[in-house]
Design a binder for this molecule. Structure first.
Ligand SMILES: *[C@@H]1O[C@H](CO)[C@@H](O)[C@H](O)[C@H]1NC(C)=O
Ligand SMILES: *[C@@H]1O[C@H](CO)[C@@H](O)[C@H](O)[C@H]1NC(C)=O
Ligand SMILES: *[C@@H]1O[C@H](CO)[C@@H](O)[C@H](O)[C@H]1NC(C)=O
Ligand SMILES: *[C@@H]1O[C@H](CO)[C@@H](O)[C@H](O)[C@H]1NC(C)=O
Length: 296
């Protein structure tokens, strides 16, 4: 499949096909079900999902982590938080030389799932890609639209507004877009982590980018949030590959969802056997736990 795509298409669609990783699949992420604790920004996380993408501004891939934390009492609500993971050699505070945005498609998230047509498994444990959630045509149209808008060097808020008011018709089948929330990335500061470090590379910094409390009671855990990362060379940067590594805008799309650790049950289905007995036991434990949560 990749063979028939041009290099340009591949760069543009970076992230759209990337698989999300769960807590068991990244280093330094204690699995909450084992009663280990992972606190990020002071909140105990219930589950995480980690996506990645490659950018010209960084030699190593960047990551997005969504964490889910449960309300601890009746006055609180569940929360999803988002962290950008980046290698320590990338100076995130220097990003103003590149206009950088994270666009959270929060209006549509409750209407999206990774379940493919004809898949009888439940919505919850299934990992997936933006192609699964939005459809390949919508993903392609949306990336093209964003690329076009970013080329005229919009600021983050303007870009979000323009994408919000006129979604591609191939995308409106899933419902109205609703809100798109824009967050600039250059203002982010790294968070301190102690007992866990939920990203795919333990050397990476994690910058807190956004926090979304549950706004209305629903199955918030299983919402799928399209997250678009846009890097736009600033006017002074155009054509200058020294300053930022960017000469044209980059658009990346990840579809984010916290994953139960059991989500790799698909590995078991496909007959791929984990390497050690401990890993095997863990998989069975996870399947067992998932069985319980299906009953609940
Ligand atoms: C993202 O991570 C996966 C799993 O570790 C890896 O196979 C893939 O190459 C990565 N993609 C990018 C764009 O870095
Ligand atoms: C982790 O990131 C560093 C760059 O900070 C890179 O050199 C290293 O290869 C990465 N490790 C893995 C396992 O991807
Ligand atoms: C982020 O970049 C924008 C645009 O260059 C700039 O106006 C803003 O002050 C920057 N914010 C921080 C915290 O550096
Ligand atoms: C960018 O260029 C404009 C006009 O040439 C100039 O006023 C501004 O100071 C420049 N900004 C930076 C960060 O170099």
């Amino acid at each position: 499949m990749a063979g028939i795509l041009t290099a340009a298409t591949l760069a543009l669609a970076s992230g759209a096909m990337a698989q999300l990783l769960n807590c068991a699949e990244v280093p330094q992420c204690p699995i909450p079900n084992t009663l280990s604790q992972c606190r990020v920004d002071g909140r105990l996380m219930t589950a995480i999902g980690v996506g990645n993408f490659s950018s010209a501004i960084s030699q190593s891939p960047l990551t997005w982590t969504v964490t889910y934390s449960m309300a601890l009492d009746a006055t609180a609500v569940d929360e999803r938080r988002y962290y950008l993971g980046y290698p320590p050699e990338l100076d995130i505070q220097a990003l103003p030389s590149v206009s950088s945005c994270a666009l959270f498609f929060t209006g549509i998230e409750a209407g999206l799932s990774f379940v493919k047509d004809g898949d009888t498994r439940q919505k919850g444990p299934t990992p997936g890609t933006c192609d699964d959630a939005l459809g390949t045509t919508c993903v392609a149209d949306l990336m093209k639209q964003a690329q076009g808008l970013a080329t005229s060097n919009q600021d983050c808020t303007t870009l979000a507004q323009m994408l919000q008011v006129a979604p591609p018709t191939s995308c409106t089948g899933a419902g109205n877009w609703g809100n798109i929330v824009a967050m600039p990335l250059n203002g982010s500061t790294p968070v301190q982590t102690t007992d866990c470090h939920p990203t795919s590379n333990s050397t990476y910094e994690l910058a807190s980018v956004a926090l979304f409390p549950e706004l209305f009671p629903h199955d918030y855990f299983n919402d799928v949030t399209p997250l678009m990362t846009v890097f736009m060379p600033s006017a002074n940067d155009t054509g200058d590959t020294v300053t930022s590594g960017l000469s044209v805008p980059e658009v990346h799309l990840n579809c984010m969802k916290p994953l139960n650790v059991v989500s790799n049950y698909q590995v078991v289905d496909s007959g791929t056997v984990p390497g050690t007995e401990i890993a095997m036991a863990l998989v069975f434990l996870m399947v067992g736990l998932q069985g319980l949560s299906w009953l609940a």
